[in-house]
Design a protein around this ligand. Structure first.
Ligand code: TRP
Length: 355
């Protein structure tokens, strides 16, 4: 057993020394329009990392993931365009980062099958997303606990493992709800390595505790599933309108207000400097009027978003530019995925006969 592992171990050592940069990888499911919550929680930190030459970032549009929960082609198409335009408009460094569309890298899907064949069904039975769907059916007293659940949803963690393992990512920045999927990717990788030799790096989830979580229009966490979002690049008028719609309490001007339970403040804090935030705390204590705070918040973030919004709109006008970036990204990704898949196929016994 040990001997059998030897040649592979040396391949791995070689791979590790070639790459002294950590590979950081994350995917964005293409089912919606980027909103302020996505921006401060995921996009802004990822773009900052894209400029760090000490890491090798892989960011991709998870369009095959989109099909699991969305059967509206126009939504998937439009979302891919908007997400790509957003990331580019915000200054993603596509020299350092590999920015691609999952569906442009067919090796990922081939790897998905290879991994499917080493993944225990029991592991998938335990996935939160699947269990939640079953629990919902049970709560409704459906006869079939699997009602409405497609195989994409059931085996989604395997596709996600393939996304990650295809590029031997070391770090995977994700939201807390995704931690289990990274653990599953590790399990699947370890199982493969055990059976076929050390081909995969075991990935680690990175949870940015410092990145802000925003509240949405109704005060709950800003999330597409609550339908309470503010689109990141909403046109100016719309942005003002949405900010005006944010729920506040009935305290009058002059009455002291609690910033820490306030949605307006949570958004302001995600954009403003430390000094500005402290200043605003004072104004809350002094009883700033809600109308005034809304006006201030709108003006403040509108100014910050104005120039990337302009670039975003220009990009939407020239989708061929976006397409070129994605194709170039896929080409870079495939420089890794094609030879690596070849290696993996060979490892499992799939290779040309007689050579
Ligand atoms: N499932 C992730 C989400 O819903 C998106 C995603 C797909 C992803 N593939 C990935 C994230 C690989 C990290 C790594 O947020």
């Amino acid at each position: 057993m040990l001997l059998q592992h030897l040649p592979f171990s040396s391949t791995k050592t070689q791979r590790m020394s070639e790459k002294n940069k950590a590979t950081v990888l994350t995917g964005i499911t293409t089912t919606g329009t980027p909103h302020l919550g996505n921006y401060v929680g995921a996009i802004r930190p990822a773009i900052a990392v894209s400029h760090d030459e000490h890491v090798s970032p892989y960011y991709f549009l998870a369009d095959y993931h989109a099909l699991i929960k969305c059967h509206e082609p126009e939504t998937v198409r439009r979302s891919s365009l908007e997400i790509a335009a957003t990331w580019l408009a915000l200054g993603l460094d596509t020299e350092n980062a590999v920015f691609y569309r999952q569906s442009d890298v067919p090796e990922i899907l081939e790897l998905t099958w290879i991994l499917t064949c080493v993944t225990a069904k029991g592991l998938m039975n335990r996935a939160h997303a699947y269990k939640a769907a079953v629990a919902e059916n049970e709560a409704k007293h459906e006869n079939d606990p699997d009602k409405g659940i497609n195989m994409g949803l059931f085996s989604y963690p395997i596709l996600m493992a393939a996304d990650i393992l295809m590029f031997n990512a070391d770090k995977v920045p994700v939201g807390k709800d995704q931690i289990q999927h990274i653990e599953m990717a590790r399990d699947i990788a370890a199982r493969f390595n055990h059976l076929y030799g050390e081909h995969f790096v075991l990935p680690e989830a990175v949870i940015d505790e410092h990145s802000a979580t925003l509240s949405g229009l109704d005060g709950r966490k800003m999330s597409k599933s609550y339908n309470n979002t503010i689109p990141l690049f909403a046109p100016e008028k719309k942005l003002r309108k949405l900010i005006n719609k944010i729920k506040t309490n009935s305290l009058e001007p002059g009455e002291s207000k609690d910033p820490d339970s306030c949605t307006l403040f949570s958004i302001y804090r995600a954009f403003a400097t430390h000094g500005e935030v402290e200043e605003m705390r004072k104004r809350y204590a002094e009883g700033i009027a809600w109308g005034e705070m809304k006006k201030h918040l709108f003006e403040y973030i509108n100014e910050k978003l104005a120039s990337p919004r302009e670039r975003y709109e220009a990009l939407l006008e020239s989708p061929e530019h976006i397409e070129k970036e994605l194709r170039d990204g896929a080409e870079k990704a495939r420089e890794k995925s094609i030879p690596f898949l070849q290696e993996l196929r060979k490892a499992v016994g799939i290779q040309p006969i007689g050579v």
